[in-house]
Design a binder for this molecule. Structure first.
Ligand code: ATP
Ligand code: MG
Length: 461
């Protein structure tokens, strides 16, 4: 086997080699080369200690970053390519199911490979020596199997992040997980609670983006989902006695997620969380039909909490909350409805498009006999929104032809002003040609009368 190495990688290897330190490519890049996947970073391992490595590089020729140096990692940037070089190491004992208590540098590549998580990640490559594969990673790649280096249960107990990584790689690569490894996942899933939320989120994102079918059911079967998004267990076996549904709320969510292939992380997370509030909002009527009144709001609240716990950035959470809050809105393929939908999405065409795609995924996971009409409406709305995006300028509330000062001059004050502007905005979204000062003043007058009228009738009742 002969790998075509990028020029900066060859340069780094040469610098170390010339100082007497052989240097090997290790981990993901070797695996991805054998899988014929795009290689996103070249990690290297060498016998040189960090101090010895520093002596190999001329700082005028490359940039050296020493942040990982305590763990034996040096980052070298050469010709805009960033490469990590790590001293061969062994991990002695682990603590709290995550961190090695003690790391020792060693001069053996084989020991370094032995501390790595899976056979497919425990191979090295050197242009002169070819593939170094002491744990039969190449065979497992051929057979498409994720297998731990050594005893699965010991490796998971040492570091529970490996549990999430094994599942993540199996989803990304569409590999089977070896039987003993599967058993160990179920046995040791509880140690995931020792993993930082940031790392859990990182792995969950990659799982979601893998587009593997039935993701949530797989994670549930392994007993792992409860350590990622415990809120989803509210939906386990939650029946939906309704003409719209043929699945329970959890199955429905998982199937809806299956219909998000190629979509963004935001849309996928919105689908995952869109019905979280169904458990708390479920009621049964006298005919034995289930209702979930107000569930979008409950779901949005629960999602916000859950996603904050998982340390998602504020902006993503905000978008997801909007998508969930409006996922059940009634649609009509009319420009006025689309403008109102856009207003919900902060006049952001992209976000409104996401909302329609979340609604589509939701409808695709319902009873086709009843939900097909809804689905067609959503799809017609998607086409309409696309057309409007090309032809209609965005209309914000601040674009109204009159403002608060105009209303003050007419004698309005306080809360009334905001309420009237809101009403006018809705009327303008309905018919944008209304947005002239004359028409809006006329509408205000009428609105004013209506308000008086309402006040009179309500005081009479
Ligand atoms: P990718 O970057 O494509 O997600 P990767 O295999 O390169 O996959 P990294 O997190 O970049 O993953 O890790 C680089 C290598 O370090 C892995 O291939 C593996 O050999 C080793 N490794 C990473 N995390 C662990 C871990 N928790 N336990 C043991 N070895 C690990
Ligand atoms: Mg990597």
């Amino acid at each position: 086997m002969s790998l075509q190495l990028p020029e900066p990688v060859q340069w780094v290897m040469k610098q170390l080699q010339e100082h007497g330190y052989p240097c090997f490519l290790v981990g993901g890049c070797v695996r991805d080369y054998l899988l014929d996947r795009a290689i996103h970073d070249y990690d290297m391992a060498t016998a040189a200690t960090p101090a010895q490595m520093l002596e190999c590089f001329d700082a005028t020729q490359c940039k050296i970053i020493q942040t990982g140096i305590r763990h034996g990692t040096l980052t070298v940037i050469y010709h805009q390519m960033s490469m990590e070089i790590t001293t061969f190491r062994k991990e002695l004992a682990y603590e709290q199911h995550r961190r090695p208590k003690q790391v020792v540098f060693c001069d053996s590549l084989i020991s370094d490979l032995a501390r790595r998580d899976f056979t497919i990640n425990a191979m090295a490559y050197h242009p002169a020596y070819g593939l170094i594969d002491p744990f039969n990673g190449q065979q497992d790649i051929k057979q498409r199997i994720i297998r731990c280096v050594g005893s699965s249960s010991q490796r998971f107990e040492e570091d529970a992040l490996r549990i999430l990584r094994s599942l993540r790689f199996s989803f990304q690569l569409r590999f089977e997980i070896a039987a003993d490894c599967r058993n160990a996942i179920v046995q040791q899933a509880k140690w995931i609670s020792c993993i930082s939320k940031e790392r859990i989120r990182y792995e969950f994102d990659l799982m979601l983006m893998s587009d593997v079918p039935s993701l949530l059911s797989h994670l549930r079967e392994y007993g792992v989902l409860t350590y990622i998004l415990p809120e989803l267990s509210l939906l386990y076996d939650l029946s939906q006695e309704s003409k719209w549904h043929i699945y329970d709320a959890f199955q429905h969510t998982d199937i809806a997620l299956d219909h998000t292939k190629g979509l963004s992380l935001t849309e996928k997370l919105a689908v995952v969380c869109h019905d979280l509030g169904k458990a708390v909002s479920k009621t049964m009527d006298e005919q034995g039909q289930a209702h979930f009144y107000g569930h979008p709001k409950h779901s949005a609240d629960l999602a916000k909490q859950a996603l904050q716990t998982l340390t998602y950035p504020k902006k993503i959470i905000q978008e997801i909350v909007t998508l969930i809050y409006y996922h059940d809105a009634t649609l009509q393929p009319k420009a006025s409805t689309m403008r109102k939908l856009l207003a919900h999405a902060d006049m952001d065409y992209d976000l409104a498009g996401k909302l329609l795609r979340v609604m589509e995924a939701d409808d695709l996971a319902k009873n086709p006999a009843t939900a097909n009409a809804k689905l067609q409406t959503v799809q017609a709305c998607q086409a309409l929104l696309e057309t409007m995006k090309k032809s209609e300028p965005v209309l914000r509330r601040s674009d109204l032809a009159i403002n608060g000062h105009d209303l003050i001059k007419l004698g309005y004050q306080g809360k009334q002003i905001g309420n009237i502007l809101n009403d006018l905005y809705q009327m303008v979204l309905e018919q944008p040609q209304r947005n002239t000062r004359d028409t809006l003043f006329a509408l205000v007058k009428q609105h004013h009368l209506d308000e008086k009228h309402n006040a009179n009738t309500s005081s009479r009742s």
